[in-house]
Design a protein around this ligand. Structure first.
Ligand SMILES: [Mg+2]
Length: 165
């Protein structure tokens, strides 16, 4: 699998033991249908529970997570607490290899501030010194650019397409 090889090469080159790998949900491991943003903003119950799992990316993440020293975290933003509960239930069903303590949900009032909130989570994790570098796999280029701007070379951005094949 391509991304696994890239990450293995990176840790070997940098001589590090562990890597934090943050993964977005919508558009990465769960189908994000066009127009669905309206249901999310309006807190329509069951929106997340009904999401179609993307098995290709989920299976590849499992392979990455199985690798020694590679810790996969879900990093997903919500408008409402009910959405985090639904996402948690969805993960139990489709990606239960991701431990409860590795599921991070942020709460934000709009689509723009949720990008900042996610970058702040990664920043805090890097400051905790548990990891020297952090990966983010997301389907939005904006947040990947934002990460580079705020976290510099400690941040490794990957678009979801790199997680396929
Ligand atoms: Mg997304």
């Amino acid at each position: 699998m391509y991304l696994l090889e890239v990450l293995k090469e990176f840790v070997k080159h940098k001589k590090i033991d562990s890597l934090a790998i943050f993964v977005d949900m919508d558009g990465v491991i769960a189908d994000y249908r066009f127009g669905e943003g309206e249901n999310i903003k309006n807190n329509v119950q069951g929106t997340y529970l009904k999401k179609r799992p993307i098995y290709t990316t989920i299976n590849n993440l499992k392979k990455i997570n199985d690798e020694e020293g590679f810790d996969v975290y879900i990093l997903s933003s919500c408008f409402f607490k009910e959405q985090a509960d639904e996402k948690d239930e969805w993960l139990d069903k489709y990606a239960d290899f991701i431990k409860k303590e590795n599921r991070i949900f942020t709460y934000n009032a709009n689509f723009e501030s949720r990008k900042d909130a996610k970058i702040q989570v990664i920043k805090k994790k890097l400051e905790s010194k548990k990891y020297e570098y952090a990966v983010l796999i997301d389907d939005t280029h904006d947040i990947l650019f934002k990460g580079i701007k705020e976290l510099g070379n400690k941040f490794l951005p990957f678009h979801v397409s790199t997680l396929i094949d």
